[in-house]
Design a binder for this molecule. Structure first.
Ligand code: FES
Length: 507
């Protein structure tokens, strides 16, 4: 029977940690318990720093726990883009940084003796379209010339698809990210650092040289360094990352084919819609993760969303024949406008505040790169790659139209404050349906659950006021501006927003 949750999170149970229940001191406070936060805490605690890692839900429960877990420097067709837009040295460094990250992960696995289903695999970008072939050939040629990874252009791959060509990167890898994270978590605790779950960052202030981080409207952490490893930065100013990034949702099916299959690599296509295919270990046997069909958060209509899994199912049937669906899930990822992650100082005006974001779906290697850059910043050591990921670089911001939209929506949201209840507007909404309904001039977001219970929210994002759209697939309110997501109850689930939506009561 299929399970609407990540395969990884069901494959291994991580330890639970308490809420922060007192005021504490630490050398470093890390906000965000995904792989970047955990790896940064691992490196720093090994070096003797007292780290306090806080996570608003559970460790690894967001993007890191919903990945496809490819450990690779092959980030789609990307090196031609880097060469053209940033130059040869930049492209070389980006590739080296990611290759080094693969090695760092292997080193950690060896040092900590981690049993995490680690396997060396080749990675492939393939195309089923003749119009893409030239692009693939060019990319392979560029990567080969950079000379850092063993790369080939090939005509055949071990997948039951009529491909026109493919690029192979040798010596890449895959693992179970939860089992890997578990070993790092044990090390963090053994080294005297602390982890708190269900502990929400509310705000911070800085006095002299020290940050005071407020959590759950109650307790605080004093620390010299503050590191933001939430997928999307939860502090708006003065970083202005919301003007430089957007979020996308991708969908994954974990399937067990009924026929025997052999695939020996990790695959992704070059065209749209994106299709990613690889294996994962399930009770010591291989299963298939097939994913893709990405959309920008809050922008697809309900019908399209409903077909995401169906499209993946059809594609899987074409490749593997009949199968059982074990798990299905979707997750958000954050993308910067110049496609390069932001890692390092949060801004030029906030000393000792660091962040890592915009991993563009390649979080396994990038989380390790980020953890190393931030650790080196804190221990005052030069890092070979910090310049290319510099978060304070000047890049284009989003267009004026979107800015105007945000401002307009935020003004409009203020008008909704004095909403008066009415049962009439509910007639427009069916059971198990969510939609925005007009009440005079006022917009109200309504969801009726299958039993007809009504949940009504003010449908404007608590980040910067954009109007939300209903996500029929996940039963969430999604923000098209920067990708915040809220449960149908209004509870904030995905950053950059950290505040819940305002509720209305119907009598
Ligand atoms: Fe920024 Fe909604 S996520 S306005």
């Amino acid at each position: 029977m299929e399970n609407n949750n990540s395969f990884w999170l069901n494959s291994f149970k991580l330890p639970n940690f308490n809420k922060l229940d007192k005021n504490i001191n630490a050398d470093v406070c890390i906000v965000g318990g995904g792989l970047t936060g955990i790896t940064t805490a691992y490196y720093l605690s090994k070096k003797g720093y007292k780290v306090c890692l806080i996570e608003k839900d559970n460790l690894m429960s967001k993007t890191s726990g919903h990945t496809t877990a490819k450990i690779t420097s092959q980030h789609g067709i990307f090196y031609k883009y880097l060469l053209d837009s940033k130059g040869k040295e930049f492209a070389e460094k980006y590739l080296s940084a990611n290759e080094e990250a693969i090695k760092n992960i292997m080193d950690i696995i060896n040092i900590e003796n981690i049993d995490c289903d680690f396997e060396k695999k080749n990675a492939y970008i393939f195309t089923e379209k003749t119009t893409e072939v030239q692009k693939l050939k060019e990319e392979a040629h560029i990567v080969k010339k950079l000379g850092i990874v063993d790369c080939n252009y090939i005509n055949k791959i071990n997948l039951n698809l009529n491909i026109e060509g493919a690029i192979e990167f040798k010596n890449q890898a895959q693992f179970n990210p939860i089992k890997y994270a578990n070993a790092l978590i044990q090390s963090i605790i053994q080294n005297g650092s602390e982890i708190f779950e269900n502990t929400r960052f509310d705000d911070y202030e800085k006095n002299n040289d020290e940050f005071k981080i407020f959590t759950n409207k109650k307790y605080s952490i004093n620390s010299k360094y503050l590191v933001l490893t939430t997928r999307y930065p939860i502090i708006n100013f003065p970083g202005y990352y919301f003007l430089k990034m957007y979020q996308e949702i991708s969908y994954v099916l974990a399937i067990k084919p009924k026929n025997k299959f052999t695939i020996d690599g990790m695959y992704i296509n070059s065209e749209l819609p994106t299709l990613s295919i690889k294996t994962a270990k399930y009770n010591d046997e291989d299963i298939i993760l097939i994913g893709g069909y990405t959309n920008k958060t809050g922008t697809e209509d309900d019908i399209n969303l409903r077909y995401k899994y169906e499209n993946l199912r059809k594609k899987a049937l074409e490749i593997f024949g009949d199968f059982d669906i074990l798990y299905k899930w979707n997750t958000e990822d954050c993308i910067s406008l110049d496609k390069i992650p932001y890692i390092g100082e949060f801004s030029n005006f906030t000393e000792n505040l660091f962040l890592a974001t915009g991993f563009k779906k390649w979080g396994m290697t990038t989380s390790n790169i980020a953890a190393n850059i931030i650790t080196d910043k804190i221990i005052n050591k030069q890092n070979n790659y910090e310049e290319i990921f510099k978060a304070t670089r000047l890049e284009p911001i989003k267009n004026r139209e979107e800015l105007n939209n945000m401002i307009k929506q935020s003004i409009k949201s203020l008008v909704v404050d004095k909403f008066k209840n009415s049962k009439d507007i509910l007639n427009d909404v069916k059971n198990d349906e969510g939609k925005i309904v007009m009440f005079g001039d006022v917009k109200v977001g309504i969801y009726k659950d299958p039993d007809g219970n009504v949940y009504a929210i003010k449908p404007f994002c608590t980040h910067l006021g954009c109007e939300l759209s209903w996500n029929e697939l996940n039963k969430t309110w999604d923000c098209p501006c920067h990708g915040s997501r809220f449960e149908y109850t209004g509870k904030s689930i995905d950053s950059p927003s950290i505040k819940d939506l305002e509720n209305y009561n119907f009598e």
